[in-house]
Design a binder for this molecule. Structure first.
Ligand code: ZN
Length: 113
């Protein structure tokens, strides 16, 4: 399952970061996920809760922020938002486009107490 492996890699990042503060308890983790990663937020939420159950991270809150897909046209140099995975420039209909955002997957914030 796609979301399970994503939740696992997120947890690795979280655990690495918490190693630097061994006595802190995780309250909240904010992740930024690009729409191209095609994550189902409910499903990722479920996997996160399942993986943290009975661990020191149990009870922490996962906040998922979706990042829209943006691209820039290499022909007319305009930037645009990509809808429905159509990688075509809406200004000149070129398919010579470069993805600017929407592929990221990172932990943006950890709240500990
Ligand atoms: Zn264009």
């Amino acid at each position: 399952m796609h979301e399970m492996s994503i939740a696992q890699s997120l947890l690795e990042i979280v655990e690495d970061t918490l190693k630097e503060n061994p006595h802190s308890k995780l309250k909240k983790v904010v992740v930024k996920v690009g729409e191209l990663v095609a994550v189902v937020p409910d499903s990722l939420q479920f996997c996160y809760q399942a993986l943290t159950a009975d661990t020191p991270l149990e009870g922490s809150e996962l906040v998922i922020e979706l990042i829209p897909v943006a691209a820039s046209c290499q022909d007319c140099r305009k930037e645009f938002k990509v809808d429905s995975f159509f990688f075509i420039c809406p200004h000149c209909e070129s398919t010579n486009v470069k993805i600017l955002s929407g592929q990221e997957l990172r932990v943006s914030e950890l709240e500990v107490e």
